[in-house]
Write a protein that binds this ligand. Sequence first.
Ligand code: PLP
Length: 460
Amino acid sequence: MIVRGFVSHQSGSATVMPRSLIRSNQHFKKAVTRLPLGVTSNFRYWGDDKTIYVDHAKGGRIWDIDGNEYIDYRLGYGPCILGYADPRVDEAARAGMEVGGVFALATEREYTVAERISKMVPAAELVRFSNSGTEAVMAALRLARAWTGKDSYVMVEGGYHGLFDAVLWGTPMEGWDPSKGDPEVAAESEGVPLLLKSMLHMVPLNDANRLESLLQKHGDAIGAYLIEPIMGNCCSISATREYMHDARALCEQHNVLMIVDEVKTGFRVARGGVQELMGFKADLCTFAKAIANGYPLAVVAGREDIMRRIGDDVVHGGTFTCHSVALAAAEKTLEILDETQALETVKKYGQDLQRGISEILSARSIPHSYAGHPSMGGLFFSDTPPTNYRDWASTDYTFYDALALELHELGILVEPDSREPWFLCEAHADGCLDETLQKFEQAVDTTTSQLNGAATSSAG
Ligand SMILES: Cc1ncc(COP(=O)(O)O)c(C=O)c1O
């Protein structure tokens, strides 16, 4: 049997075909004539000759239009918690289609799904649905401002909260000189008004003293503290439990609402998300991704008194909110996550994967560590994981970057940017582990020789 990018042992002797992206490359040339970068999200463009177009996906695997098969550890940046095209969820979604779509009216199912969310996440006393993580965070920030009467807000360096202007800010680390103080805060896109910067404060993760002094100084103007306690867009670098509890107390002291962005961690790292793992309650929290196994649904939820402001004097809504297909998919997905061992399966797969990877790397004396949760783990080639984005900047990710490309060639799809963790789904447990580890081992050896070769030739 000859499979692209895959070593076949069925005929006794292994036959390897290099991965071809001929059709994807041809399609890119056509697509780019109508679509900026040839795609529908900047992050899906991996280069003119590296951008992949999907044919279909099933379980933990994806097939591109060249016929290459990949075990996928990106999972659309996390939504597919059960696996692609899960038959249980898709059947529910098909039934949801019969309901009719969107009506500019509510359905009974909204209550049923909200009930389930409140049961799983105690902080979610009241629930409002949105379409995307971006919209949910936008609503949470508006609510926090309305509740506190304060417009400024705090974000954590390295965090990501979607694509609206207020959160599209970062601290670019290239060229940052720690001796010169904090990294500069910069907009992550042209077109974001500079004016917004005056309302934003950035703090490093896991430094409660910094948060305290900021709130002492500017607490009168700050209404919200927005955090992803496991930074799903920054290799899953995690807050400590202690930091979250300190931050919780500081927010209360200064009348600042804690918004916990669980768009990636929600219904993934535990039934009750990161709040359950770390034992605290947010004032407001946001969910999306895993809630409907990939169907577009998001949630802003939180304390009843705050949430009741919606409809009182805070506006929230949208034409497409609670489409009957996405809502039915969410109902089934949450039922599975709540009532079966799916999340335990995902976690165990993550632990087995990390154990296997560690055996391979330790046998070669390659230092490494993991951050986050096994269901969305960050892999570092250092003895300990970073504790914040500043630390990340000083880790060496050359090996990871080269390894990721090699893994693609072998049929293991991980994000080329080392800041994205590996996302796992229930379907991975169905026969993906050994193949992943075998290919990982091969990729490590190839990458090591490539980098050693490059070092030797540059030394020569
Ligand atoms: C933590 C977090 N918040 C918000 C968002 C934005 O969600 P969406 O892409 O659905 O708008 C993301 C997306 O990756 C995210 O990871």
